[in-house]
Design a protein around this ligand. Structure first.
Ligand SMILES: N[C@@H](Cc1ccccc1)C(=O)O
Length: 499
């Protein structure tokens, strides 16, 4: 068979309908074009549905070839094959049988004999005629072409079980009300492209289907960040931590930076990294005596420190900003604790912070920080490392590594790496350290009190747990897709039960 692909068949068919005006019989048309009639019928049905053509069903009983007959059309009838296998000098019966095969021999030998094409001249079979006409094959071809044959011929072919009667279905076709040489796909949407190239004017549009049921409405899913936050909160509470109040996104530079012994010329305090507020641009009040101690420690030091040796400006400290880390919350809480009278404490917070960063697949200008701290007398770096093993162990991360780092407010400082069992690699999971005396002593905390602390983002573990590789999918309208996210691994066994 020739062309089978529907688009090409459709094109040829429409061109013919156009030039001839009417296709009387799809079967004949298919035969003339050597195209499978089934494919032609599919094309006609579809074109009729879109009113490019009008079609009438035809049906009639017709003769079709059995597989044996199709073989005869290709290779000649059995008697012809036998005749051709007999050479001019003759052949033995056994040789002839071997040459044409058992099946063809049994039918073909008998028929070729009775037609007197061959004869027995013991011990050989010889030809009686030089050439013969393969009328059986010719008749079969005529049937294939859908043409009529005399009742006697039909009777013979039928008795040889070469043909059988089938119900044939086809079409007669004329141009339809929406006839065109090429089918135009109705648009389902007005796109930017068709608006720009002007094709919207002649475009056909698919009609609304008001009976369509639409997608089932889904709702009531917890955001992945909420689920992971709940898991972290549970870990902190299980370890005896209290949550700090984090309900102030707007903070003064004083609590966000100065109280943390971050010098006023520090690059993080640049407007490229920090969002400063225009209104209100300044904080209303700061604790005056504490402010004086902070100024002094920055300028000249004290508490065995030499300070930074620069001119500390109050105006810089008063500037309002969107807090860049939740350590601003920690500094307020530690100051408060010092005023109320020091007691050992374990504090944590999980909330939003803001940084003036270009958004890309791993950075957003707002995200969440998880922060934990323990203050007590005589804490050491060993305590920090021990607590971090406990904390991340409860998350399922048992292998940790620490890399020396720098923060203005901690000494020593360490970046935390964890071995991710599912990803089979070390991933950076947080930052940590022991708050400096230059931060703690001006607050009024008693000497000998140490604070171990650490921080990490909430987004990063969430992305790892849910296999999200673009942080933007966690915020805004794209978060709708998060309903499909299933955690790849569990921060603890409980997260998912919170549905
Ligand atoms: N504030 C640090 C994290 C941190 C918290 C506590 C101690 C040390 C580091 C940050 O934003 O990355």
């Amino acid at each position: 068979m020739g062309i089978q692909d529907k688009e090409t068949v459709e094109e040829i068919f429409l061109a013919d309908v156009n030039s001839v005006g009417e296709i009387l019989d799809s079967g004949e048309w298919a035969l003339n074009h050597s195209i499978d009639h089934g494919v032609v019928c599919d094309v006609i049905k579809s074109l009729t549905g879109f009113e490019l053509v009008s079609s009438k069903e035809l049906s009639r009983e017709s003769w079709v070839l059995e597989p044996e007959a199709e073989d005869y059309v290709q290779h000649g009838s059995a008697e012809m094959q036998v005749f051709q296998a007999v050479p001019p000098e003759g052949i033995t019966l056994a040789e002839l049988k071997a040459k044409v095969g058992e099946k063809v021999f049994s039918v073909g030998h008998k028929n070729a004999m009775s037609r007197k094409w061959i004869q027995m001249q013991k011990p050989l079979i010889v030809r009686k005629l030089d050439s013969v006409e393969d009328s059986v094959r010719n008749h079969l071809v005529t049937i294939q072409e859908g043409k009529e044959l005399s009742p006697e011929v039909i009777k013979e072919l039928k008795s040889r079980k070469l043909i059988s009667r089938r119900l044939w279905k086809g079409y007669s076709v004329t141009k339809g009300p929406k006839f065109a040489l090429k089918r135009r796909k109705p648009a389902t949407d007005v796109t930017r492209e068709i608006l720009q190239n002007g094709s919207w004017k002649d475009q056909e549009y698919k009609e609304y289907n008001f009976d369509a049921l639409g997608l089932p409405v889904e709702g009531g899913y917890l955001h992945p960040l909420l689920k992971v936050r709940a898991a972290f909160k549970k870990i902190f509470l299980g370890m005896g931590f209290e949550e700090m109040p984090t309900n102030n996104f707007v903070e003064s530079s004083f609590w966000n930076f100065d109280a943390l012994f971050q010098p006023q010329a520090h690059p993080a305090r640049d407007s490229h990294d920090t969002f400063f507020l225009k209104t209100p641009a300044k904080t209303i009040e700061l604790p005056e005596d504490y402010l004086q101690r902070v100024k002094t420690v920055h300028e000249v030091g004290g508490y065995e420190s030499i300070g930074y040796g620069y001119n500390w400006k109050r105006e810089e400290a008063e500037k309002n900003l969107l807090r860049t880390h939740t350590t601003a919350v920690s500094s307020r809480m530690l100051y408060k604790l010092a005023q109320e009278g020091f007691r050992p404490k374990r504090y944590f917070s999980i909330d939003r912070v803001f940084r003036n960063e270009a958004v890309d697949r791993t950075h957003l200008c707002e995200f969440h920080q998880i922060e934990g701290l323990i203050c007590d007398r005589g804490l050491t770096l060993g305590d920090l490392i021990g607590v971090l093993y406990e904390f991340f162990g409860r998350l399922g991360m048992t292998k940790l590594r620490f890399k020396p780092a720098y923060n203005p407010y901690t000494e020593p400082s360490a970046e935390i790496f964890g071995y991710h069992e599912q990803l089979k690699k070390w991933v950076e999971i947080g930052n940590s350290g022991m708050f400096r005396p230059e931060m703690l002593l001006p607050m009024g905390l008693p000497p000998g009190v140490n604070v171990i602390a650490w921080g990490l983002s909430l987004e990063r573990p969430t992305m790892i747990l849910y296999g999200i590789d673009n942080i933007r999918e966690l915020f805004g309208h794209k978060v709708a897709g998060c309903r499909d996210y299933q955690p790849k691994c569990h921060p603890d066994g409980e997260v998912d039960k919170q549905h």
